[in-house]
Design a protein around this ligand. Structure first.
Ligand code: SF4
Length: 185
């Protein structure tokens, strides 16, 4: 008989709470954090080579669906995570900003690769020297291009942020001030 190996299945850990016979009490914030972190829908804004690396991350070998993010959204209104990958020309910058503005809160941004993080090797008049010049960025993934493992690590860092974020953060004066500093209403 063939020896069939069943992979070990890890379930998401339960949030902190008070447990007793027949009940488990925790806070809504913790449950919402777990739900959000494990169902981040990415909007892949891919303009060049880093986009190909993202396609590999989506494929069966790296399998981004293990993180609940297998559903790329090409509509900003149904996306939680804007992933910018590739060179962003200054002419393209207003489009990136418009896409960000069309996303509903809570929204997160991941800059993938040297070009999105800092303009990369293209220190020229036409290339935006990092998308954080136009929108706030939560996680930077360095590399040219970053490997899929790095992209997954970046996604896990966003999951950490989503899991631990207070539900009131988006209404805080600090967050409003951050958006105002980018001239985003
Ligand atoms: S960081 Fe490198 S691989 Fe990624 S888009 Fe720029 S040049 Fe291409």
């Amino acid at each position: 008989m063939n020896d069939i190996r069943v992979p070990e299945i890890k379930t998401v850990a339960a949030p902190e709470g008070i447990e007793g016979a027949g009940f488990f009490a925790t806070s809504l914030e913790k449950v919402v954090g777990i739900a959000r972190a494990n169902s981040l829908w990415p909007l892949p804004f891919a303009t060049s080579c880093c986009g190909i690396e993202f396609m590999a991350t989506m494929g069966a070998h790296y399998d981004i669906s293990r993180f609940g993010s297998e559903r790329p959204s090409f509509s900003p209104r149904q996306a939680d995570l804007l992933m910018v990958m590739g060179t962003i020309a200054k002419k393209m910058a207003p489009i990136v900003k418009q896409v960000y503005e069309q996303m509903a809160e809570p929204r997160w941004v991941l800059a993938m690769g040297a070009c999105a993080c800092s303009g990369g090797i293209f220190d020229s008049y036409s290339v935006l020297q990092g998308i954080d010049r136009i929108i706030p960025v939560d996680v930077y993934v360095p590399g040219c291009p970053p490997r899929p493992e790095q992209v997954l690590d970046g996604l896990m860092r966003v999951q950490d942020l989503a899991r631990n974020e207070s539900m009131r953060r988006r209404n805080s004066p600090e967050y409003q001030a951050l958006l105002e500093s980018y001239n985003i209403k």
